[in-house]
Ligand binder design. Sequence first.
Ligand code: NPG
Length: 375
Amino acid sequence: MRIRSVELLTLRMPLVAPFTTSFGTQTERFPLLVRVTADDRGREVEGWGECVALERPVYSPEYLDSAREILARELVPLVFADQAAGREVTAESFGELVRPIVGHRMAKAALELALLDAQLRLDGRSLASRLGVTAESVPSGVSVGIQESVPKLVEVVGGYLEDGYVRIKLKIEPGWDVEPVRAIRERFGEVPLQVDANTAYRLSDAQQLRRLDEFGLLLIEQPLAEDDIRQHAELARLIQTPVCLDESIVSLAAAADAVALGAAAVINIKAGRVGGYLEAVRIHDLARANGVAVWCGGMLETGIGRAANAALAGLPGFTLPGDVSASGRFYFEDVTEPVVLEAGRIRIPTGPGIGVTPDPERLARLTVARRTLNA
Ligand code: NPG
């Protein structure tokens, strides 16, 4: 495969409702799409990737402008230079090629996915098949932001359960934890329920977090800071709710440490956070070999990232429902065909590559910035 150009497209998409987490409120999302144009023996294809970095560095050190910058300044030039030196760049060789650039995993993941999509399209093979997935669909959970009141939360959760979501994740923070969870349990009984703190607590909050034990939660996600892996292990000994790590798991090595320390009974895998889908599969394999459950996280992706996440979530170690929800959970209109919920499940695309492409008219309308880099 010869790469001819890489285009960076920044989209602007309003959210159907504000999404509040312990790190702030989002009312719109600026997805960064990567389009690789490549050819092989006279056939030209486009490969698509999506960068999950937020506008501001409140979830991870990366943010939208840093990702665009590092792609244009370092990652894409490395790809072009390797190709100019006579080597074929593939998604499989990409990780090693960009290893000299420290970090910037979300930017790397986006370009890796675009390369993977392009080469799979040339091969006529689906991403799911490439990853070894045989499932046809995955169960769909929904992430529910912090609301203005408990009655409002009950109403919002009721709507999602009516839509068919099979698992509810509540965002929590100090001051919004036990009461909302209690209200959901009282109103909706034993619905599969978990909470996500996005690093909002400290180990000294263990007593408060222990109050969640009585609700039989599937897990508590990332209660402590990203680099507090050892402290998560301590917290896990103080509470009964299984501890799940998200922000802390930035790589296979971090996952291996967390598992060895007993800091993660469960891992949320997000391909963007760990540097790509290939690393995500390695983490899945490690977790599976160690009896650690994993599930697929979400970052308000467009249909591009959602399609790839659905494929990843089809691997056998993904034993818990993921944040792989329908397009309508966050967006009025998606840039691809909308991802829809069918009896609580999302279908894994079967077409070549990620199996979906942006609609040209919607893409043009939603794009607010564009940069093309030519080989
Ligand atoms: O379903 O796409 C989704 C969103 C799920 O809550 C969700 N994501 O902390 O996991 C998270 C959170 C998030 C979203 C984090 C965007 C960072 C950015």
